[in-house]
Write a protein that binds this ligand. Sequence first.
Ligand code: FAD
Length: 369
Amino acid sequence: MHRPTVLISGAGIAGSTLAFLLARRGFEPTITERAGGLRSSGTPVDVQDSAFEVANQMGVVPSLREAATQVRRIVFVDQRGRRIAGMALPVNSDRHIEIPRSDLARILCEAVQRDAKVLFDESVAGVEQDEGGVNVRFERASPQRFDYLIGCDGLHSTVRRLVFGSEATVIEHLGLYVSTFPLGGPAEVDDEVLMCNVPNKAISIHPGRGQAIAALMYRSPAVANMDDRDSDRHRQLLDEAFCDVGWRASELLERLRNVDDFYFDSVSRIRLDRWSKGRVALLGDAASCVSFLGGGSSNAMAGAALLAGALGSRPSDPQAAFRDYEREHRKRVGPRLRGVGRASRLLIPATAGGIAVRNLAIRVWSAVS
Ligand SMILES: Cc1cc2nc3c(=O)[nH]c(=O)nc-3n(C[C@H](O)[C@H](O)[C@H](O)COP(=O)(O)OP(=O)(O)OC[C@H]3O[C@@H](n4cnc5c(N)ncnc54)[C@H](O)[C@@H]3O)c2cc1C
């Protein structure tokens, strides 16, 4: 019997989850991943709600728990490191796991390696589709025809650009940039996130799990002609933004000069009218990026389950299957897309007054709760 073939672009959270679930439904998935291997950067992310159910179905919950952080609190410090406010964080309960992004990506990718071919250092370079399939050209491998192509290749999706048009027409910069990188050793305290704010900027140190993770976040208008792979330019922008912030900024900027794998990107929203065209569909950040504070990883996993379920039920009518997936998944991501601005104003207030009010509110709230 013919097993429907599906090419998945991107071995991130969305791509690996989708490949696993489609393989279980009798599909033959191939994944291409642009990076040479799995990446080590990224702040901890949440696996919760329906994403937790998906992890359960995949049998990876024990591995996720082993790699989960032990965070209980966030503490705000001033530029001299003095603690000024703190509050409990609602993470790591029965059905809510907080885990470094790199560990989540690794566990999901390991889970799928038996059932899918994973080609690292590879990318889709051209796409042509007809009624019966999708012809794909690659950067390195020979061209191949697949029954379906799914773009799970993140905010700057190549599949989206090739099939749906230029990124500039669908991306909305939300006025923030974020960079994250591992510190190369444990944090002093393993259950507290530390955060220092100055107007428009924030530095946080997350204990991760045995390996602390730094995040530098700042407000800035979109930088023109930014190449999302130009690490030297990213380092330079971070140097300019954080050189006068105090607290641990100089130590972190020094670390950044020596770390190979760090994440740097704008915080952006993707707004697309349709997530599919013919036999090609988009999932995760490629379709509906709400990465920062928007539960991007849980969205990606929950969306993968809907997409695999829809395509599994109607393999001969992919357009109807993609419409079913999109209708259901938009109900989940729509409210999250709208909530990102509010959350970022709380974490990165624009003024000294805003920081003081936020900290006071936290102190009052912690005292009464
Ligand atoms: C290394 C890394 C670190 C991150 N850190 C943070 C963070 O600190 N904070 C935050 O809010 N969000 C972060 N994100 C984004 C976050 O992971 C996503 O918002 C969320 O998990 C949704 O997952 P996704 O699978 O849709 O996208 P992603 O997790 O971004 O995965 C997309 C995958 O596609 C790959 N890819 C890109 N282009 C191509 C191509 N042309 N061909 C093949 N593969 C391609 C990427 O290398 C990546 O593995 C990070 C993403 C990455 C890749």
